[in-house]
Design a binder for this molecule. Structure first.
Ligand code: B12
Length: 304
């Protein structure tokens, strides 16, 4: 590996990322993404459709892109467990919104690359950029895309956020690792709404995570009846994954202990002000007050 790639990785770890890999940009062939969109699996997430081409060709985002630096930040905390029968919030949302938490170290790493490679152009993003993070993470050797559709790291499973820096700097790529799901279908079998319909394909229209976070309208009855206690996101396909069996702890992440014992009655009727006070700074804000009220109402109906 060249000195430059080593220096970037060293800095990534120094900034608090748990894993860093590099992929080189080559002509990107369609791997099924078009078919996924054409089948309508993105539900109402029109922003995916709008950025279809850029998502499949990073050089449309950064002309002359040569490499993608992929970062992972581990977020598992064993004590992020709700009380029995309490409404459930996905694990990633128990702490400070990662879009914000990762913004600073990501910016610092991009600045470091700019310093090391004068003249190089960088584009850094996590989640909200038009970059297919899991695809790049797999290409950069961070893990493989599991049957549940998530990037599984061989050491810390899928409990990680991903972020990328597209750069015009030419770096040494890492070697992808072969997929290790084997014949395991635990995630497919456990999904209460049958959202994982084929190898590594998730139909958002059936996914509890989509409906409780992104859907701004009514949740179809068939899905609502099977939300299984989740009022924001869903972790079922991760909880049953054998690669998540012995998760490493990330004691450095602060979690909201009060998320363990949410009161569904109070949430179903929460005021704007109380919603902001309670959830401010966490990813739950994404669902908006109306979404959480709707989801808590569904929770109450399912637990009558
Ligand atoms: C849209 C989106 C969603 C949608 C759609 C989910 C989905 N499976 O695509 C919804 C709202 C449902 C969702 C839910 C969740 N999400 Co989300 N989501 C995204 C987002 C913004 C885009 C993903 C996307 O492009 N999907 C479309 C699919 C079809 O495209 P793709 O990822 O490129 O997948 C292709 C490749 O994987 C390829 N492929 C896979 N294997 C192989 C093998 C070979 C050989 C080849 C050639 C190709 C190939 O085929 C797929 C089809 O083209 C990303 C962030 C980002 N910018 O990438 C986060 C992201 C994927 N989500 C994330 C998380 C944490 C979640 C949830 C766990 C949250 C929760 N607890 O509720 C759930 C998990 C649901 C699930 N099982 O997928 C993390 C995942 C981290 C990880 N370890 O993988 C991401 C990366 C955000 C982040 N920055 O951390 N999400």
């Amino acid at each position: 590996m060249d000195e430059l790639s080593i220096a970037i990785k060293r800095q990534a770890y120094a900034l608090g990322f748990d894993a860093c890999g590099i992929a080189s940009v080559q002509a990107e062939a369609d791997d099924g993404f078009d078919a996924w969109l054409d089948a309508g699996f993105h539900a109402d997430m029109a922003w995916m459709e709008r950025t279809r081409d850029i998502r499949q060709q990073v050089s449309l985002k950064v002309p002359g892109a040569q490499s993608v630096v992929v970062l992972a930040k581990y977020y598992y905390r064993a004590d992020a467990v709700p009380a029995p029968d309490a409404p459930r919030i996905a694990r990633y949302a128990w702490s400070r919104d990662y879009h914000r938490a990762l913004a600073k170290p990501l910016k610092q790493l991009a600045a470091h690359i700019a310093e090391l490679c004068p003249g190089a152009q960088q584009y850094a993003s996590t989640d909200s950029g038009p970059v297919r993070e899991r695809v790049w993470a797999a290409r950069a050797g961070l893990g493989w895309n599991g049957r549940n559709g998530l990037l599984i790291h061989p050491e810390f499973g899928s409990w990680c956020f991903l972020a990328t820096i597209i750069t015009t700097a030419k770096l040494t790529p890492d070697t992808p690792i072969p997929e290790r799901c084997g014949s395991c279908c635990a995630c497919i079998e456990a999904c209460p709404t049958d959202a994982i319909i084929a190898d590594r394909t998730v139909d958002s229209r059936r996914c509890i995570s989509y409906h409780t976070i992104e859907n701004r309208g009514e949740i179809p009855t068939e899905i609502a009846e099977r939300t299984s206690g989740w009022i924001f996101g869903c972790d079922i396909c991760q909880e049953v994954c054998p690669w998540n069996n012995i998760p490493r702890e990330n004691a450095g992440i602060e979690i909201r202990a009060e998320f363990a014992s949410l009161d569904p009655d109070a949430l179903a009727d929460i005021s704007d002000e109380a919603f902001r006070r309670f959830f401010s700074g966490t990813p739950v804000m994404r669902a908006k007050r109306e979404g959480i009220c709707r989801n808590a109402g569904i929770f109450l109906r399912n637990h009558k």
